[in-house]
Design a protein around this ligand. Structure first.
Ligand code: RB5
Length: 151
């Protein structure tokens, strides 16, 4: 589980997901491929749900979601209790969302960024630990919001 990453996409993110999975495997990660498996049009919330469940049930330590913009995936992912998903378009954000937010799902937009930047962000996201300290209480506050959605 320590080195297991769940990865999912919709049709807009399929090509980049293939590249991300081969990159992860080349670095020794175990990958749970949650689909989709082609460029045939599908609905991104379905695949966000699969990746988020793999993370919250402990099968994967972190998740990566790819759609056209990264935005739909991040909206869908953040509706899951226990998920802190970040849509990132630069390496600073990909690093800081692990360090400060303890983000557990990275969302990428395949129509927004190139493969080189995407793989750099993936590496930073996976290699950066949560900083803890003053951020711990803030992340606990985020987690508490999961249970206030209906109030
Ligand atoms: C699909 O066309 C597109 O809407 C989707 O990939 C994503 O960008 C949604 O946020």
């Amino acid at each position: 589980m320590e080195k297991t990453i769940a990865v999912g996409c919709d049709h807009g993110g399929f090509s980049l997901k293939v590249d991300i999975i081969s990159h992860l495997k080349s670095k020794g990660y175990t990958v749970i491929d949650c689909g989709t498996d082609s460029e045939k049009s599908v609905d991104y919330p379905v695949f966000a749900d699969k990746v988020c469940k793999a993370v919250t049930n402990g099968e994967a330590v972190l998740g990566i979601l790819v759609c056209g913009t990264g935005i739909g995936m991040s909206i869908a992912a953040n509706k899951h209790a226990g998920i802190r998903a970040a849509c990132c378009e630069n390496t600073f954000s990909a690093r800081m969302t692990r360090a400060h937010n303890d983000a557990n799902v990275l969302c990428l937009g395949a129509r927004v960024i190139g493969i080189g930047l995407a793989l750099d962000m993936v590496d930073l996201f996976l290699d950066t630990p949560f900083m803890g300290e003053r951020h711990t209480a803030r992340v606990e506050m985020l987690n508490a919001l999961d249970y206030k959605k209906d109030n």
